[in-house]
Design a protein around this ligand. Sequence first.
Ligand SMILES: CC(=O)CC(=O)SCCNC(=O)CCNC(=O)[C@H](O)C(C)(C)COP(=O)(O)OP(=O)(O)OC[C@H]1O[C@@H](n2cnc3c(N)ncnc32)[C@H](O)[C@@H]1OP(=O)(O)O
Ligand SMILES: NC(=O)C1=CN([C@@H]2O[C@H](COP(=O)(O)OP(=O)(O)OC[C@H]3O[C@@H](n4cnc5c(N)ncnc54)[C@H](OP(=O)(O)O)[C@@H]3O)[C@@H](O)[C@H]2O)C=CC1
Length: 293
Amino acid sequence: MGLEIRKIGVVGAGQMGKGIAHVCALSGFDVALNDVSEDRIAGGLKDIGSQMQKSVDRGVLDAAAREKAIGRISAAPTAKEFGDVDMLIEAASENEEIKRKILTDFTPFLKADAIIGSNTSSISITRLAAASGRPERFIGIHFMNPVPKMQLVEVIRGIATDDRTFEETKEFIGKLGKTITLAEDFPAFIVNRVLLPMINEAIYTLYEGVGSVEAIDTAMRLGANHPMGPLQLADFIGLDVCLSVMQVLHDGLADSKYRPCPLLVKYVEAGWLGRKTQRGFYDYRSGTPIATR
Ligand SMILES: CC(=O)CC(=O)SCCNC(=O)CCNC(=O)[C@H](O)C(C)(C)COP(=O)(O)OP(=O)(O)OC[C@H]1O[C@@H](n2cnc3c(N)ncnc32)[C@H](O)[C@@H]1OP(=O)(O)O
Ligand SMILES: NC(=O)C1=CN([C@@H]2O[C@H](COP(=O)(O)OP(=O)(O)OC[C@H]3O[C@@H](n4cnc5c(N)ncnc54)[C@H](OP(=O)(O)O)[C@@H]3O)[C@@H](O)[C@H]2O)C=CC1
C-alpha cells in the first residue's frame, strides 16, 4: 500500500516556505508551518493570507476557496506538531548546517513512513539524506519562486532514494498541478546550474562597469525577453541565496568559472539581501525601486 499524502509539514516560513504552504493548502492538503519563532510563523500566515487575497481581488481565486485554504494551514512552533505529517518539506535558509540540524531535530518526531523533501537550491541531496537518518525516504523537491506562479518543480533523487518515495513524490506534485523535471544530484541541479552563473555574470558586468544596474536589466529584459532583468531577479531570489548557490557550485565543481563576484559578496556582507531586506541592487524602501549603482 502506498502512502496517502494528506498533510504536509513545512519548515521555514520565508518566501519559499510560504509559497509551498500556499499551493499545498489551495490543492487541498493540510499544512503545518514551522519557523524559528511563533512571530515568524504568524507573519508567514499573514503574508499567505494577503497573497491569496490579491488573487481574490484579481478574480482568479474564489473568496470561499481562500477561506478554506487558510483554514487548512496551522502554526507548528515545535517538531512535536509534525507527528501526523505524511511529508516534511524543509525550506529553511540555504545553509547546510541549518538544514542538517533541522533534519536531526525533526526526524525523530515523524511517522516512520513519512517522506522528507528538501527545497534546497543547490546542496547535495545525498548528503542531506544521510543526515536525515532515512535516506531511502529522502528526496529533493525544488520549487521555483514565486511558487504559486511557477510551473516547474525539479525533483532530485539522492543515491539511496527508493522508487516508492520517487513515485509518491511525483504523484503529490501532480496534485499541485505542477510539472516535474528530473535532475541528477550534482551541485545546483539543472535550473540553478544554468541560471545562477548567468546572474553572477550580470553582477560581474556591473562590477567591471560595463553597464549600470538599469542598463544591464533593461538589456536582458528587452534584448533577451527575460521577464525580469538578472539583477532584479537576484534581488527577488535573495542575494544570500544567490551567493550560497555560487559557493556550492564553486566548491563542488572546483572550477574558477563559478567564482562568486566580489560585489555579490560585498552586498551580502552589508546585509543588502534584496527585496527581503528592502535593499539589494535596488533600494525598495520608498516603494519605487531605485538602482543602488
Ligand atoms: C533560486 C532557485 O533555487 C530557483 C528559482 O526559483 S530561480 C527564480 C525563478 N523565477 C523566475 O525566474 C521569475 C521570473 N519572473 C517572472 O516570471 C515574473 O516576473 C513573475 C511571475 C514573478 C511576475 O510576473 P507578472 O506578470 O509581473 O506577475 P503579476 O501579474 O504581478 O502576478 C502574476 C501572479 O504571480 C503572483 N506573484 C507575483 N509575485 C509573487 C510573489 N512574490 N509571491 C507569490 N506570488 C506572486 C501574483 O500574485 C499573481 O498571481 P494571481 O494570478 O493568482 O493573482
Ligand atoms: N529564494 C528563492 O528564489 C528560492 C529559494 N529556494 C531555497 O528554499 C530555501 C528557503 O529559501 P527562502 O525562502 O528564499 O529563504 P528565506 O530567507 O526567505 O527564508 C528562510 C526561512 O527559514 C528560517 N529558518 C532558519 N533556520 C531555521 C530553523 N532552524 N528552523 C526553522 N526555520 C528556520 C529563516 O528564519 P531566519 O530568517 O530567522 O533565519 C527564514 O524565515 C533555501 O534552501 C533556498 O535555497 C529554492 C527555490 C527558490
